[in-house]
Each structure stands twice: as C-alpha cells, then as structure tokens.
Design a protein around this ligand. Sequence first.
Ligand SMILES: Nc1nc2c(ncn2[C@@H]2O[C@H](COP(=O)(O)OP(=O)(O)OP(=O)(O)O)[C@@H](O)[C@H]2O)c(=O)[nH]1
Ligand SMILES: [Mg+2]
Length: 397
Amino acid sequence: MTPLSAATVSSASAHSVTPTARYIMIGGFLGAGKTTAVARLAASLHARGLRVGLITNDQGSGLVDTSVLRARGFATEEIPGGCFCCRFNSLVDAAGKLTSASRPDVFIAEPVGSCTDLVATVTYPLRRIYGDRFTIAPLSVLIDPQRALRVFGLTEGRAFSDKVLYIYRKQLEEADLIVINKSDAIAPDDLARLRSALATAYPHASVLTASARTGDGLDGWFDRLLAHDQIARQVMDVDYAVYADGEALLGWLNATAQITAAHGIEFDANAVLTTLARDIQTQLNAAGGEVAHLKMTFSPDGGLNDLAAVNLVRSDFVPELGLRLDQPVASGQLILNLRAEAAPDTLRIAVEAALVRLSLRAAPHEAALPALHARVDHLEHFRPGKPQPTHRDLASV
Ligand SMILES: Nc1nc2c(ncn2[C@@H]2O[C@H](COP(=O)(O)OP(=O)(O)OP(=O)(O)O)[C@@H](O)[C@H]2O)c(=O)[nH]1
Ligand SMILES: [Mg+2]
C-alpha cells in the first residue's frame, strides 16, 4: 500500500472516495508496555497530522488503560467484559463510535494481555467482512525482556505455570513484528541472547528492539506499521482447552474506590499508590502468587486530566510511579486492575486488606500519609472464562 500520510487521507476525502482507516493492533503479554507504546504511537501519528482513535479491551470493567489514555487527551473507546476475539462485533461498534465522533485515519487497538489467536479471530474476519473500511497493519507483539528471559530459560526467576506460558508463546508465534520493549532496562549481553532465542524460535517474525519509555527505536517500528499491510499466512494451531486453562489460571480483579482524607487533611496521592502497591505485593508474595500486572491510577476530584499512576509487572520487581500529581489532594478516585497467577479470592483479600490498612495507620514506607477512608464503589474478581471467538478464519480472503 501507499504509505499513510495526512496528504493521502485528505486527498481520498476530496475525491469522495470512502477513505479506509488503518487498523493497528499492538498485542503482547500483561505488563509488556502495550499502553505506553499505544500512547507513543498515537502522539507520533498526531504529530504527522493523522486523526487517531484508540480502543482498549479487558475481561472486566473499570480500566486503568482507558483512564491513562483519555487523560492524555486521546479519543478512546473501551470494550469491557471479554477479549476482542469474543467481542468482535463490539470492536467494530467501537470503531464506528470513534468514526462518528472524530473520523480517525488510524485505529490503534490494544487487546487483553492474556489473549492470543488474534490473526484468525480478529485480523482475517476484519479483512473479510470490513475490507472496504480498514487496511490492516502487521501484528506487533511486545515483550518485557526480563519476563521473556525467564520464559525462555535464559535467566532464573519466578515464572508462570506451563499453561500460562502456552499463551505467552502462542502470542509470539502469530506475531509479524516481535518488539523487545524496555530496551532501556536490559543489559546488552542479555538482549543479544534474547534476540537470538526469538529469531530461532520464530523465524518468520521480524524482531525489533525499542523503548516505549525513552522513545528509542520507536520511529522505525511505527514506520513499518504505516508502510506495510499484514501479510496473510497459514493461521497457527491453537489448543483452546489449554488456552482456556491458561487464562483461568490468571486471577483478575478490577476495582474502583473513592479515597478521602479522614479529617479533611490533604494527602500525597502518589504515596497512596505506592503504599497500596507495596502492601498488595507483600501479601501476594506471601501467598505465592506471581503478579502479571498490578496497575492503579488516582484522579483527584475536580482535577481535569490530572492523574497519578503506578505499575508493578513482576512479583520481585518494584512498583513504578509512572505519572505523579504535583499537589496534595483532599479526595479522588482510585482505579485498580490486578492480574496475577493466583486465586481471585487471594487477590480480593489482598486488595481489601490494603485498602482497610490505609485507614488504620500511616503506612511504614510513607510516614507522611494521614488516615484515609476508602469507599469501594466497584469490585469484581474472577477467572477469565473459556475464549469463544465470534469468528475464526483459517485463511485470509
Ligand atoms: N523501563 C521501561 N518500562 C516501560 C517501558 N514501556 C513500558 N514500561 C513500563 O511497564 C509497565 C507496564 O506498562 P503498560 O504500558 O501499562 O503495559 P501493558 O502491556 O499495557 O499492560 P496490560 O495492559 O496490563 O497488559 C509500566 O510501568 C510502564 O511504565 C519501557 O520502554 N521501559
Ligand atoms: Mg495496557
């Protein structure tokens, strides 16, 4: 195809040709850096004069990713309650809503991090049924290199069960572009070993290296997403029984809560997030559950797009405060999404205990916190159900 640019899009409109929008899907396991990369890609496309619509997705509702992307000012629709493959019609509806609102030239969709078989269940059906509306970019699959080194046995460390790793490997098997993200956080020797392992295991994929945090390597990757269409090939075999078992091993918890200072004293919301993250981490470590991704945002009441955000992507890593609030706050909304290989009840107990402890005492790490009240407005915890795709095309039209 002709490389996408603002010029090609507006010339199509000028000649009354129905413009096709670009559909870009950025997959990869939980915590790999998809949302961070989506925000970077959206900003880069915006700078090139293109209109962008984002689509987030989750097994539950109340999504940190939607909150983070909207806070950055991007038009974002979310599909809660199931993965893209099982909610294909909702995906098309979400694209339709964004089109009515802002006619995006490019849609960027982030599938759930425990989802695979996207080519057969999303890419090919989209091309078959809506080929006049979308051109489809190659499928990118991001990886966190520290997680991947463990998965491929190149370093020691806690890992997931085999059936969860089945999903991890299947994600890579269907990738057109494997993007080793977080290049800022891996030693050159380890990176070379990982690249070599990936190139051997997935010879048909291009292996790229980038850092969605620093921006390194992103331009070359983004150019490929605009310049080339996804090339159809034989879809991979997927054992849906193993896939379902792997998904069901991952406990899922989404919660929203209103946090208020008990005596009207303003507090440091950044410290609240790190305190909660450390507390939940300690409890899950004691219970033996491996964290895939714990992410939280805090939006102060009355703040426009202000947000603090914290992430923890492994049980033995540290919670990272990616976005901070500069000013103390009196109250605000907490959104918490936790995915870990543990029973959903274990997650609920850890989260509820951490929220209660906010009110009991100043946490040991954050002595400056006053007693806080947490009112839980929504909490769902579950194991994802068996994936039942709306379509599964074995070949592309
Ligand atoms: N060091 C480093 N950290 C990164 C990079 N990209 C993302 N991260 C961090 O990785 C964590 C997870 O990032 P997300 O973008 O939320 O990951 P995700 O793949 O969207 O996660 P899920 O939606 O839960 O599957 C956050 O703390 C990010 O700041 C990177 O290039 N380098
Ligand atoms: Mg995400």
